[in-house]
Design a protein around this ligand. Structure first.
Ligand SMILES: Nc1ncnc2c1ncn2[C@@H]1O[C@H](COP(=O)(O)OP(=O)(O)OP(=O)(O)O)[C@@H](O)[C@H]1O
Length: 451
């Protein structure tokens, strides 16, 4: 029951207001009716409702004008427009002017209930993001409300405010290592250089000269003295991204620099000093690299003094919803369009997905959907194929999309579990998903007691 949702219906058709009120109250919502624009505006001021249903054709003030006034009173109030059949143009205009969505008369009351729930949920998430952003302004633009994220923020505060000079950030690709590196720099310094070096993209022959610098004539083509990036980072941060890719023959020189912050540019007679905070990052397991002989053990231990680990997104699925809402808002701002909305089926599919490309994959997906379907409600068949459950039919669904997908999923999972004699690892393999994803689905579909 949605006892916490209060709805203001502004429409001059008294019968319609009555039947809407009846249905919504049945769903546990608080409903107030207003029959003119002026009355609606006054009620909105007194009640501060969670959502407003606003008719476009009111007798006293045009619906669009009421919308503008409502948004001026309460900018983040979700307003759903009610449009007459054939007036889609004005309804679309209203959405461009800030309404969250519209529904056309005659409409199905179940559809209206869904729309209200989705709109209030969307608004709640946006408010939560705003709140978290303000709360976390000390640790930069990191979004996420999972325990893992809280632990990460704590570790960052500790490391950023410590006197430690070397940090190693580890985590799979796309989890936010570069973002964390920048945030650590921002905690430690207010106005200092932040120099980023991607050790994977620099050609092996150039990396030494780039990092340490070179004297004129030190090698063929060195026509003038060249400052190294370490020199440029002096007094600030040197971010060594993809540290696992540093060629083995350069690792000793790097180690020596990390130990005493002194280095010798190529061809130079004397050593130089640089006071830099070194933040290194890798998506490799450096211990394995050491075991395989590709990474020096002493360099690994020197780097690993202050480790910061970022877990894969699949290990903190609690963050998916907030990150999704964050990227929806950001992409809409970037594209200058209304934010997309996600249907319940899509929300369920995103929550279940394993995100092998982590946050980068989620960000790219939302950007793509925003560009392709600006301001639209995203349905399951608009998602790339990897998001859709195998063998589920997406044609001709008509009814409750989520339930239909869930039925397919439940049946597939039960079949796989039975075939695998209830061994989850084997069943997950048959389904082509991870054991972790299978466990989550078993919980969501309440299949725990079927064994
Ligand atoms: N917690 C977060 N909140 C908001 N945005 C995030 C978060 N984590 C990552 N991102 C965004 O996701 C994208 C990928 O992050 P980033 O480039 O920092 O990952 P990475 O771990 O350094 O990846 P790689 O190992 O491939 O270099 C970036 O656009 C980043 O801004």
């Amino acid at each position: 029951m949605d006892s916490s949702i209060s709805v203001l219906v502004i429409d001059d058709e008294r019968n319609l207001v009555r039947s809407i009120s009846f249905s919504l109250r049945d769903e546990g919502m608080d409903v107030t009716g207003a029959y003119t624009g002026a009355e609606g505006l006054a009620q909105a001021k007194i009640l501060s409702p969670d959502v407003v249903l606003l008719d476009l054709g009111l007798p006293d003030i045009p619906g669009l004008e009421v919308l503008v006034k409502l948004k001026a009173q309460q900018p983040d109030l979700p307003v759903i427009m009610i449009s007459a059949h054939g007036d889609t143009r004005t309804a679309v205009k209203a959405v461009k002017m800030g309404a969250i969505d519209y529904i056309t008369k005659p409409f199905d009351l179940d559809e209206l209930v869904l729309l209200i729930r989705r709109s209030t949920e969307h608004m709640r998430t946006l408010r939560e993001i705003k709140f978290l952003r303000e709360k976390n302004s000390g640790t930069g633009p990191l979004v996420g409300n999972s325990h893992e994220m809280a632990a990460l923020r704590e570790a960052m505060e500790r490391v950023g405010n410590s006197s430690g000079k070397t940090v190693l950030i580890t985590g799979p690709s796309g989890t936010g290592k570069a973002l964390v590196a920048r945030a650590l720099h921002d905690i430690r310094f207010t106005d200092a250089p932040f120099i980023e070096v991607n050790c994977a993209t620099l050609p092996e022959q150039l990396i030494e000269a780039e990092l340490f610098g070179a004297e004129r004539g030190a090698y063929t083509g060195a026509n003038q003295r060249r400052s190294g990036l370490i020199d440029l980072a002096n007094g600030g941060t040197l971010f060594l991204d993809e540290i696992g890719e540093v060629p083995i023959n350069l690792q000793a020189k790097l180690l020596s620099f990390l130990e005493n912050r002194s280095y010798r540019p190529i061809g130079a007679g004397r050593e130089r000093q640089a006071n830099v905070f070194v933040v290194a990052a890798t998506n490799r397991t450096l211990k394995d690299e050491v075991a395989e002989g590709r990474f020096r053990a002493d360099l690994f231990y020197r780097l690993n003094v202050l480790p910061v680990e970022i877990p894969a997104l699949s290990k903190r699925d609690q963050d998916v919803e907030l990150l999704t809402a964050h990227f929806i808002e950001k992409s809409a701002r970037q594209e200058g369009c209304e934010p997309i909305l996600l249907s319940e089926a899509v929300q369920a599919l995103l929550a279940d997905y394993d995100w092998p490309g982590n946050i980068r994959e989620l960000k790219n997906l939302i950007e793509r959907l925003t560009i392709l379907h600006p301001g639209k409600t995203i349905k399951a068949d608009m998602l790339p194929t990897e998001f859709r459950p195998q063998n589920a039919s997406f044609q001709n669904l008509g009814g409750d999309y989520r339930i239909t997908v869930e039925d397919h999923e439940r049946q597939l999972i039960l079949n796989a579990l039975k075939e695998a004699d209830w061994r989850k690892g084997l069943a997950a393999e048959k389904l082509g998903i991870s054991r972790h994803a299978l466990k989550r689905r078993i919980q969501r579909l309440h299949l725990e007691n079927c064994e």
